[in-house]
Design a protein around this ligand. Structure first.
Ligand SMILES: Cc1ncc(COP(=O)(O)O)c(C=O)c1O
Length: 456
């Protein structure tokens, strides 16, 4: 007899599997209400008590009270922030990972799984035009991918500029870089050189201009490009910035957390040619590569350098590390600021392998096509107008005559009516409408309905 907490309860298991089956078979999943849902009754704090609770009761409570207090990010009507559109296969495999007792930390513990994850990373690196031998690990999200990359770049830069004190090195970043870049530099104690850009696109010319006018350009040890920006989908001048970085021996990091997936898009992939220069690159399968939360692919051009900076050393971990680089066994934990690790790349790997790359191409492309179709529709309507042309799959548009309060009330009403989850953004100080497309099942009809809801 083992401990009662570890007994298998077949009835409860069936109820949980039934719940998952229901959820997986919904087409589409309901949006639900997030914080607009009435908060659960009763004192939830009292649930945690010495004698535990009946699992059925708590499962019912979850279904009826907690689950609707969520805006389902996998709904095709979720068009706010950056959505998530996991394939059914990726969700199913996420459950397999949960039940498999996998520790994706080291080759020793899970070599087969690490090999599968690495093949998925290798495929992405190849699409990005990075050289053979590039690699890294799947981490929890773009924020951790950026922090890990910038840490490696910082250390590499410091060895090249030994005359500078640690806090004196800087990265050149654009004013449109994602907030996680600023936060990563804050954690690292690094001041950025913030480059202001024409129409929010970071170009070689704007970088050269900023360096020429900076009192201390020698302190810049790296450049961060974005492909594409979160607010507007803009892909920076990857070729120009990358060639500048190569010529000046700077670390070149490309944050493609959202837009890097457009490497699969026949019409957009040409924008990413300059990725071949990247020292580090991230793209989130939990965004536009149809994997479940939470998962970022972090890829280094020279993984050996990255692990020399980031691998954790301790007596109890010595067995994982060989002193001989030629016989290195791949530990995903060595490539980011983490140690214990869910094999979070496996659901993406399973989805990619089972659905095939052609299905990925068409699913990614469908969001690009929908964005362009939406732009045309907006041009036809007299009460709305585009704020700027489409980049990737982000539509920034204006409802003529609206204030910020109008947008907020409209956003809440769309959610109350269970039509869509659309949130406004700020563009050059003005509140405007924003649609972020990713889900291949978002329809033209839904977009038309959203636009009609803005008419008088
Ligand atoms: C360009 C970009 N970089 C980084 C991030 C942060 O990614 P995560 O939310 O996975 O930490 C985001 C999130 O939207 C993003 O759009």
């Amino acid at each position: 007899m083992g401990h009662p907490m570890f007994e298998y309860d077949a009835v409860l298991a069936n109820e949980v599997f039934d719940y998952c089956r229901d959820r997986l078979s919904m087409d589409p999943v309901p949006l639900d209400y997030g914080s607009l849902h009435a908060m659960p009754p009763g004192d939830m704090k009292g649930f945690i008590r010495p004698e535990g609770h009946d699992a059925d009761e708590i499962l019912e409570f979850f279904k009826n009270d907690l689950a609707p207090a969520v805006v389902s990010i996998d709904s095709p009507g979720f068009l706010a922030f950056i959505p998530n559109a996991p394939t059914k296969n990726s969700l199913l495999f996420d459950m397999v990972v949960a039940c498999s007792g996998l520790n994706g930390t080291s080759w020793l513990e899970s070599s087969g799984v690490v090999m599968a994850e690495n093949l998925a990373l290798e495929y992405l690196a190849e699409l990005a035009g990075m050289p053979e031998g590039s690699g890294g690990a799947f981490v929890s999200g773009g924020s951790l991918g950026n922090l890990s990359s910038l840490t490696v770049g910082r250390d590499v830069g410091r060895t090249k500029r030994p005359n500078l004190l640690p806090h004196e090195v800087r990265y050149a970043i654009s004013s449109d870089a994602h907030s996680s870049i600023g936060k990563a530099l804050h954690v690292l104690g690094i001041e950025p050189l913030i480059v202001t850009t024409d129409d929010h696109r970071f170009t070689r010319a704007s970088l050269e201009d900023a360096m020429a006018n900076d009192p201390n350009p020698d302190s810049v040890i790296g450049v961060v490009a974005t492909s594409g920006t979160t607010n507007a989908g803009i892909v920076d001048d990857l070729e120009g910035l990358g060639s500048y970085a190569r010529e000046h021996d700077l670390w070149y990091h490309v944050d493609g957390a959202y837009g890097g997936a457009a490497l699969f898009s026949p019409t957009e992939r040409h924008l990413f040619a300059g990725l071949r220069h990247a020292d580090s690159f991230i793209v989130d399968p939990h965004k536009w590569l149809f994997g479940p939360l939470d998962c970022c692919a972090l890829i280094y051009r020279n993984p050996t350098i990255a692990r020399k900076v980031l691998a954790q050393q301790a007596g109890y971990l010595d067995i994982l590390h060989s002193s001989d680089d030629d016989h290195y066994e791949w530990n995903p934990s060595d490539f980011a600021i983490h140690l214990s690790r869910r094999a979070r790349g496996l659901p993406f790997w399973f989805s990619l392998v089972t659905n095939g790359t052609a299905a990925y191409e068409s699913a990614v492309q469908s969001a690009v096509d929908l964005a362009h179709r939406t732009e045309k529709k907006i041009d036809e309507l007299d009460y709305v107008e585009m704020v700027r042309p489409i980049s990737l799959t982000i539509v920034l548009f204006r409802r003529k005559g609206w204030t910020s309060e109008h947008y907020t009330e409209w956003s809440h009403q769309l959610l109350r009516d269970q039509i869509a989850f659309v949130t406004p953004t700020k563009w050059e100080g003005e509140t405007v409408g924003r649609l972020a497309f990713l889900h291949p099942n978002t329809t033209d009809e839904l977009v038309d309905q959203i636009l009609e809801s803005m008419a008088d």
